[in-house]
Design a protein around this ligand. Structure first.
Ligand SMILES: C[S@@+](CC[C@H](N)C(=O)[O-])C[C@H]1O[C@@H](n2cnc3c(N)ncnc32)[C@H](O)[C@@H]1O
Length: 255
């Protein structure tokens, strides 16, 4: 793993120890309830991806950067054949523990999505990729690899952050005590900010805002066609009073 991914893997392990919301695995009750209701894939904090996104997709799914025992049980409960790729030991352990408790099998792959994905070409029917590309510097690589491992006609469902969130101190987003003022130029790149003196800690890890060009144009350049899009927000985020803070795309590999 490179320095950024190595640090971010430790950061996610730390957030898992602190019970951060995206590290809390499904309880037995949540898993039982998921089997009763329609699938509710969470790509961004509040909204659920539309059900029709799943129409005719096939069963073999990759949860890309999806450890934590949330996407795995959700997809398994709806009959999918699930592989989860994540680089955090604790996030993968959460999926393993839910699978053991509920008695299902799931493929758990420890890998860094900044490297080539450890899967054959055209292996998956679709990919679920909740907000996580803010932890990698080169997302065009991620789009290209996602395209490679999808079968023709397969789909990529991705959540990502509105770059505008990175113009301010992260602390200012959630605390009235920190001024909500523009501090960073976009695209924000914490590795470059570190070179200018910013201290990177496990409070936030290394993060990257990206541009709309790399988020949307990057998917198109990888070969995808965009089929749908929605915007979302986040509770208790002060910037959310002024604009939406997240987006999700449904991209299709032409068949
Ligand atoms: C917001 S969480 C998504 C999982 C969450 N449980 C969910 O269902 O939405 C982001 C995940 O991305 C993973 N991650 C971050 N950078 C990664 C990388 N370079 N390669 C693989 N996984 C990565 C983290 O370990 C974390 O589990």
């Amino acid at each position: 793993m490179n320095k950024v991914s190595d640090f971010n893997a430790k950061t996610w392990d730390q957030w898992s120890r602190e019970d951060f919301v995206w590290t809390l695995p499904f309880s037995a009750e949540q898993f039982a309830w998921a089997k009763e209701r329609d699938i509710e894939p969470i790509l961004t904090p509040l909204k659920k991806a539309p059900l029709w996104w799943f129409d005719g997709l096939g069963k073999r799914v990759l949860g890309l950067a999806s450890g934590g025992g949330q996407q795995g049980p959700e997809l398994t409960a709806h009959g999918y054949d699930v592989t989860i790729l994540d680089m955090s030991n604790r996030q993968l352990l959460a999926d393993k523990l839910v699978a053991q408790r509920e008695g299902y099998s799931i493929k758990l792959v420890k890998a860094d999505m900044t490297n080539l994905f450890p899967f054959a070409d055209q292996y998956f029917d679709f990919i679920v990729h909740p907000v996580s590309n803010c932890y990698v510097e080169d997302i065009e690589h991620v789009w290209r690899e996602a395209y490679r491992v999808l079968r023709p006609g397969g789909a990529l469902m991705s959540g990502w952050t509105n770059p505008i969130m990175y113009m301010v101190d992260e602390a200012a987003l959630y605390s009235e005590d920190v001024p909500l003022e523009i501090k960073f130029a976009l695209p924000y790149n914490s590795r470059l900010e570190e070179q200018k003196g910013l201290k990177i800690t496990t409070e936030g890890g290394y993060q990257f805002s990206h541009t709309l060009d790399t988020q949307i144009g990057g998917q198109l350049r990888a070969g995808f066609l965009l089929k749908d899009f929605f915007e979302d927000n986040e509770e208790n985020n002060r910037l959310g009073k002024y604009c939406s803070l997240y987006a999700a795309t449904l991209a299709v590999k032409p068949g």
